[in-house]
Design a protein. Structure first.
Length: 221
């Protein structure tokens, strides 16, 4: 790559390149640069999380500060960029009060995306599903199995989200990503209520590790 090509791939595959990083990439092929980046050790964000000088516990701003430090100063820039992209798909939000006040949990969740940035999506989805932060955000933490006598039904929230947003989507697609159509020209749904109910039954019985009770508690995540 010449300087222009190196700058282009680093703009796309990093959190923003410096001139020295662009020059280091010159002379490499795009594939060589990708392989070099993927071979670098993971720079997790948890190590950047520190309390404010006048604080006795971690706060929201501490997690934001750690994200900026980890994202901008890590050598594994491609991994940092991919994890950021994944965070726009496998979403948990600080705007939600039930996880927004858990900076340790939130940064640990982001580290899951860093860990699996170049890995198998099935394994990534499993770790995301078992994260206390995701379990809290999409309400399958403490989800109870069905009990007709007590009129309990498994929470279907995560079952819907995992199919609609995290994996197969609402409609069947052709290989070129255009919607498949039935004989009447209508799109074909990938799943229905029966599948939602079935998945909801799978996502039951989980709570915090080493918890003495199945019910949710205020536990540092």
């Amino acid at each position: 790559m010449d300087e222009t090509a190196a700058a282009r791939i680093l703009q796309q595959g990093s959190m923003g390149p410096t001139l020295s990083e662009i020059r280091q990439a010159q002379g490499l092929s795009e594939q060589q640069w990708l392989e070099q980046q993927m071979a670098l050790p993971i720079n997790y964000h948890r190590g950047y999380l520190v309390k404010s000088p006048d604080g006795n516990k971690f706060q929201y701003i501490n997690r934001i500060d750690a994200w900026w430090k980890g994202g901008l100063h890590s050598n594994d820039q491609l991994r940092q960029r991919v994890a950021f992209a994944l965070s726009q798909i496998l979403v948990v939000s600080d705007a939600s009060s039930n996880v927004g006040n858990q900076p340790e949990g939130m940064i640990t969740y982001y580290d899951i995306l860093l860990k699996h940035a170049f890995g198998n999506y099935r394994e990534r989805l499993e770790d995301v599903t078992l994260s206390p932060i995701m379990g809290t955000f999409l309400s399958h933490l403490g989800n109870e199995k069905a009990n007709d006598e007590l009129n309990i039904r498994p929470d279907e929230n995560y079952a819907r989200e995992v199919m609609q947003l995290l994996t197969i989507g609402l409609e069947e697609l052709n290989l070129d990503a255009t919607p498949k159509l039935d004989a009447q020209g209508n799109t074909i749904a990938t799943y229905g209520q029966a599948q939602i109910e079935g998945f909801a039954r799978v996502f039951t019985g989980w709570t915090f590790a080493a918890s003495e009770t199945f019910k949710k508690k205020n536990v540092i995540m």
